[in-house]
Design a protein around this ligand. Structure first.
Ligand code: ATP
Ligand code: MG
Length: 384
């Protein structure tokens, strides 16, 4: 008999040939996430088991586990040998004062009783030992879950704590998140990391128009994201000269459009330099003038890499809910200015066209501005 944590994974089984690689990555990610603890990690058919940990640290380990992408649930379980005697023996010591139900999953079909037979048997054992216990199959106060698995191992537990799901971090490649200090972009990064993308981030600042604190805020956001995304390389790029040039030379209506197009160009260069396969933004359709379908088209047209916008169909309320859940919200609402609010035009164009944007850009030395901006780059490795 042994206390263990029973980990369930999600979609991995859909992945055919890649399955083994996914599982290997998942195991590595779990090990890395728990690197400050001592424990034993083992994969059995359909489950992962953590054992031999300090029981005082159990809750902390569980908390860390819930943020490993690819896992759907974790249960604090007791492992016994798969004999009817041992299972009954353990179950007979469970104290139940109220309604209960036994749920059996029999993976090992060599076990002599079927799932239903074992459920009945264990139900009887509990009823015999607890005079206030009563079976309720629909809405029980206690769930007794029993998984008879292979290698003579049976796991018994009460509840499964939900994990974040998704796919193992890194299984989908690497991408670059455009990280502002706002609410949306950290959530966008989280959602794409959850789909298996390892994240690097870029932040554009307009020092001295924007403050040192605005930059610190973004570093804090990256740190908060690293809880899920592991280490993050954060590229910090000065946008000051670009904004001044746009302000001086372009039609104010098109200012934000041109800014966005230059951000995208710089992002694509960073992707080339760092072997990243996509760009991620926190845009949401119709949220502001620069996020209309026409604006997105004009911004998108300067890059050839895929641009992922996981929030495109989200309402702000739903984004806020996720930001609160992942712990970035409180930082995001700190009142420091973003570079996009510097020189902000009163009436930004709502339906820009590529032709007009290209015309405005004739007044700028775009390639040179991009090159100079990249030369200002500062790189910070954000560790979890
Ligand atoms: P957010 O809450 O993410 O700031 P937002 O609703 O304020 O988004 P915008 O300011 O229009 O929207 O920005 C749209 C997207 O452009 C952001 O989600 C982010 O991905 C990117 N972005 C904006 N400003 C910056 C910046 N200073 N540095 C890096 N990326 C930025
Ligand atoms: Mg913003």
């Amino acid at each position: 008999m042994k206390k263990v944590l029973l980990l369930k994974f999600g979609e991995l089984f859909l992945k055919g040939k890649n399955k083994r690689e996914f599982e290997k990555l998942l195991m590595e990610n779990i090990k890395r996430k728990l690197s400050s603890f001592s424990f034993n990690l083992e994969q059995v058919v359909g489950r992962i088991i953590i054992s031999d940990y300090d029981e005082m640290e159990e809750n902390l380990i569980v908390k860390n586990i819930t943020t490993v992408f690819g896992l759907v649930g974790v249960s604090k379980a007791t492992m016994v040998n798969s004999t009817l005697e041992e299972i009954c023996d353990f179950v007979s010591n469970i104290k139940i004062d109220g309604t209960f139900r036994v749920n059996v999953k029999r993976a090992d079909k060599k076990f002599p009783l079927t799932s239903v037979e074992l459920e009945r048997k264990l139900g009887e054992v509990i009823l015999n030992k607890n005079k206030n216990a009563k079976v309720d199959l629909h809405n029980p106060e206690y769930n007794i879950n029993v998984e008879v698995r292979f290698n003579n191992e049976t796991f018994i537990y009460y509840e499964t704590i939900k994990c974040d799901g998704g796919l193992p971090l890194g299984s989908g490649g690497k991408a670059l998140l455009l990280l502002s200090g706002g609410i949306d972009s950290p959530v966008a990064g989280y959602l794409m990391a959850k789909r298996g993308l390892k994240i690097e981030a870029v932040h554009f600042h307009s020092y001295p128009y924007t403050s040192e604190q605005a930059k610190e805020k973004v570093i804090t956001l990256a740190k908060e994201l690293s809880l899920y995304c592991d280490e993050i390389k954060l590229h910090i790029v000065s946008f000051t000269k670009i904004q001044e040039q746009i302000h001086m030379n372009c039609d104010s209506e098109y200012m934000i459009t041109i800014m966005r197009r230059i951000m995208m160009r710089i992002a694509e260069k960073l992707c080339e330099q760092n072997e990243l396969g996509a760009i991620i933004t926190g845009e949401s359709l119709g949220q502001v003038a620069s996020q209309t379908m026409q604006s997105i088209n004009v911004t998108n047209s300067v890059v050839s890499l895929p641009v992922f916008r996981p929030l495109i169909a989200f309402d702000k309320e739903d984004i806020v809910e996720i930001a609160k859940k992942i712990g970035t919200f409180e930082t995001s609402i700190l009142p420091y200015e973003d570079c996009c609010t510097v020189f902000l035009p009163k009436y930004p164009v709502i339906k820009p066209t590529i032709k007009k944007a290209e015309y405005q850009e004739k007044f700028l030395q775009i390639d040179e501005l991009v090159r100079e901006a990249l030369n200002t780059k500062e790189e910070i490795i954000i560790k979890r």
